[in-house]
Design a protein. Structure first.
Length: 104
């Protein structure tokens, strides 16, 4: 079983994204976050939509996922925020060790 995960979420404003990042880092739930602007197209309430958003990529321990989800949901303004996690199957050992050392 994998020990580390990459979590992603999106939000429609940079200020909210930074608030999510700061809360997760402060609680030592993630070791690192990357924030990038993106353009999304999707269906919402049976209608095709599009929006400029920000995506956050976060690295953490799999055991911390539920706490991370709770923090994101408590801050996020979307009714149904994208919060997905991917198992990190392989990676540079020293980088993976760093994730472990920098999270609680």
């Amino acid at each position: 079983m994998t020990k580390y995960i990459m979590i992603t979420t999106t939000t429609d404003n940079e200020e909210e994204a930074k608030k999510i990042i700061d809360a997760l880092l402060e609680k030592r739930l993630v070791s690192c976050c990357q924030l990038s602007p993106i353009h999304s197209k999707y269906y919402w309430h049976n209608k095709q939509e599009e929006a400029d958003e920000y995506i956050i990529h976060m690295k953490s321990k799999k055991s911390l996922y539920k706490e991370i989800e709770e923090v994101i949901v408590s801050i996020h303004s979307y009714d149904v925020p994208q919060i997905v996690a991917y198992d990190i199957q392989e990676g540079l050992d020293s980088y993976l060790d760093w994730i472990g050392e920098e999270t609680k």
